[in-house]
Structures are given as C-alpha cells and as structure tokens.
Write a protein that binds this ligand. Structure first.
Ligand SMILES: Cc1cc2nc3c(=O)[nH]c(=O)nc-3n(C[C@H](O)[C@H](O)[C@H](O)COP(=O)(O)OP(=O)(O)OC[C@H]3O[C@@H](n4cnc5c(N)ncnc54)[C@H](O)[C@@H]3O)c2cc1C
Length: 388
C-alpha cells in the first residue's frame, strides 16, 4: 500500500542538506551571469553529478543511489528553492528511465554506469517537431533501417541541452503512419551518441530564459542499429511509460520555485516600509502571498501523493499530471505575488525575481502544456470524451 509521508525522513533531510550545501556555493550572481550570457551552468552540474545527486534514480547495480522519485524530486526542488535552475539537469533523471525499463542488459551496462559517474551526459530528449508540436504521433522525423544502421532525416525544435550532452534520446518514425494500425505504433526510441555525428546540425535558439534550447536538423544521419531501445515501433509507448516520472519531477522544480518566491516575498514585504508601515501589513500584498502559499502546499500534497504511488509501483497517471499542473500554476501564482510586492525592484535583474519569474513560466507550457493536462484529466480521470 502506498502512503504519503507528511514529513521528511532523516535520510531525506540529509539529502536535502547535502544539495543545499552545494547550492550555497552557487548564489544568485552565478545564475544571473549565466542567464545574461545564456550559458550552461557547467560547474554546478558537474559538482552535482560528481556528488552523485543526478544518479539518484539509477539502481545501485548500475552505479547509482537507487533512490525513489520522491528523493529525485527533493533534489530538484531544493535546487530551485535555492534560487538555481534545475532545468539545466532535471531531464537525465527521467530520460534514463526509458533506458532502464526498456533497454537491453548490454545497453544498460554500457551506458548507465557512465551516466551515473558523469563520464557520459544524457540531458537531451528529442521529441518536439515544428509541424507536430504537442501532437507527437504526427512527428515527421524518420529513421529507416539499412543493414546495421538507421538513417535519420528530419527536424526537431526546442530541444534542450543538446550541446551539453554526449547522448540524446530520440523519437523518430520507423514505419510510415499509413502502414500501422494505430498512429501510436511505428515510432521508435534511440539512444544516440551525438558527439561527431555527420549530417547533424544544432542551431541554438535564444529563448525567454536560459535553457540551452535548440533547433536540430538531421540530414541522412547514420546511427548504429544497436542504438534502438527495445522493440522497433514501440517507442511512443516507451516514452509514455516515462511521463509520470517526468511530470512528478517537473512538479518538483515548480514547487522549489514557488517556495523561493514565497520566502523572498515575505522577507521583502515585511521589511519594506511605505506609508509608514511594512507593505506586508496591507491585505492587498499579504493575501496574494498567503494564497500562493496555500496553492503551493496543496500542489506539494499532490506531488507527494503521486510520488508515493509511483514509488509503490501503483498507477499514478492522474496524480502525476495533476501535480505537474498544480505545481506550475502555484509557482506562477507565487511568482506574480513576488514580483508585485517588489514593485519596481521585481523587474531589476539584481533581485533575481524577474529571472525566476521567466524560468518558472516554462512549466505551464513544457514539457507538456497545462491545457493537455486538463484534457488528460477530463478523458482519463473523469471519463469524458477525448477533446482533441
Ligand atoms: C524552453 C523550452 C524547452 C523545451 N525543451 C524541449 C526538449 O528538450 N525536448 C522536446 O522534445 N521538447 C522540448 N520543448 C518543447 C515543448 O515540449 C513544446 O513546446 C510543448 O510540448 C508544446 O508544443 P508546441 O510548442 O509545438 O505547441 P503546440 O502544440 O503548437 O500548442 C500551442 C498551444 O496550443 C494549445 N493547445 C494545443 N493543442 C491543444 C488541445 N488539444 N487542447 C487545448 N489546447 C491546445 C496549448 O495551450 C499549447 O501551449 C521545449 C519547449 C520550450 C519552450
């Protein structure tokens, strides 16, 4: 039976303290400077990796800590709560799950221990395309088997951390859509080594926030047939299998953001005196912060419920989706309360509020937009007709 722990265990407290200790060495100035230059937090990610935190979910037999999704979430939440941006490194935690669940023993032995030590970095996940967007099964990138290789052609858009990764998990169509029974069939997942791939072009995109995001172009790119994960044609199902982990971990990013905003908003509105009293004494200021705290605590309960079910191996699709939705909305609400109470200073870069505001906004849109979460709940939780 899954049960939700209402407080952290001693081990979880120690885990959080360890991550906080690292985060302290990377204050706002560090993230602000990288944000201005749109550069990857290489030093931070390397230190986190060397301390083993990014291998939290990899089983011990492959060199990781073998912890649960609750602990993985705690690590990401702590990074964002400290003022950092776990978006730089969160993907490895959920991408490697596809290799773990569906990869062959040879693939697992070859890659997971190296990912655990940081010898190989797997932070890139290539799904989204310009012409298919959220409608993943319509993606047009093809991977055609020729002998002991697949030849990949197509484009991807908004693919993050490609230039900072050695490996990428790629979703491509291996059987044309008119030759499969269901459009969810015929897609395959590949774990590809993207260092020195011929015909592969990466064009960085300058986004609203520092997220190392790119457009990708595949022009007759040859990859070894051994990079196929699991069975050909089952890739969409494998990716779906990993969605719950992704939702719970991204919800955790958002919870960390929300807590950061709330703490910052409370501290500022308690000390900023205008009209002869702290601005936090005004209900117009205070209630917005209180409301966002309520939303954040509710989102955390849902994230904890989803994580408890996930770690107990029970179905958690509804809870994981709702946690992602509530987390993203809570962070956005807290971000607005924080920027509002800071007045003009909320827009000044040196306060970090505007940076975190831009960073937290992403999770209302990606990795899946909140409208599609509502569609999921309507269809799969409430039994209503599919709306799209
Ligand atoms: C910074 C950033 C980083 C990203 N990193 C990655 C990555 O590493 N790998 C990757 O594969 N992708 C990545 N993405 C892509 C992201 O997952 C997509 O942007 C997202 O899934 C939405 O796809 P789209 O942008 O094509 O929007 P569309 O699919 O065109 O949708 C646009 C909007 O229309 C609405 N909408 C669409 N369909 C419906 C519907 N049926 N019902 C109601 N509303 C609907 C939604 O509000 C949606 O936001 C990233 C995106 C960003 C912005």
């Amino acid at each position: 039976m899954a049960s939700i722990e209402l407080s952290l265990t001693d081990e979880q407290r120690a885990l959080r303290a360890g991550v906080l200790e690292i985060c302290k060495r990377y204050p706002g100035e560090y993230w602000r400077d990288l944000d201005a230059r749109r550069e990857y937090p290489e030093k931070f990610v390397t230190e986190l990796t060397e301390a083993g935190y990014l291998a939290a979910l990899i089983p011990p037999e492959y060199g990781g800590a073998g912890l649960g999704i609750r602990e993985g979430g705690l690590i990401l939440e702590t990074i964002n709560y400290s003022g950092g941006n776990a978006g730089a490194c969160h993907a490895q935690m959920y991408i490697m799950g596809t290799v773990l669940r569906h990869g062959s023993e040879v693939q697992k032995r070859e890659y997971l221990p190296k990912i655990a030590t940081g010898a190989l970095r797997l932070q890139a996940f290539g799904v989204t395309e310009p012409n298919s967007g959220s409608d993943t099964t319509k993606l047009q990138t093809t991977a055609i088997r020729t002998g002991d290789r697949y030849v990949v052609n197509g484009q991807k858009i908004f693919i993050s951390r490609v230039l900072q990764s050695d490996l990428m998990l790629l979703l491509a169509r291996t059987t044309a859509v008119n030759q499969v029974k269901r459009r969810t069939d015929g897609l395959s997942v590949f774990l590809i080594d993207i260092r020195d791939l011929k015909g592969f072009e990466v064009r960085p995109l300058r986004m609203m926030m520092n997220h190392s995001t790119n457009a990708l172009f595949f022009d007759n790119v040859e990859i070894p047939a051994t990079s196929l994960i699991g069975e050909e044609g089952k890739g969409f199902h494998y990716i779906l299998d990993g969605m719950n982990a992704e939702r719970i971990l991204v919800a955790s990013d958002s919870l960390g953001d929300a807590r950061w905003f709330i703490e910052k908003a409370v501290a500022y509105s308690n000390q900023r005196v205008i009209f002869g009293r702290p601005i936090g004494a005004n209900q117009g200021v205070q209630f917005a912060i209180s409301r966002s705290h309520i939303s954040t605590d509710a989102a955390q309960l849902m994230r904890d419920k989803a994580a408890a079910l996930f770690d107990a191996g029970q179905p958690c699709g509804g809870e994981a989706n709702m946690a992602k939705f509530l987390g993203a909305e809570a962070a956005w609400e807290a971000g607005n309360a924080c920027i509002d109470c800071h007045g003009g200073y909320g827009y000044a870069e040196e306060y970090d509020v505007e940076r975190k505001f831009r960073e937290c906004r992403l999770y209302k849109t990606a990795p899946i937009n909140n409208n599609l979460i509502l569609a999921y709940v309507g269809e799969h939780v409430l039994g209503m007709p599919r709306s799209y």
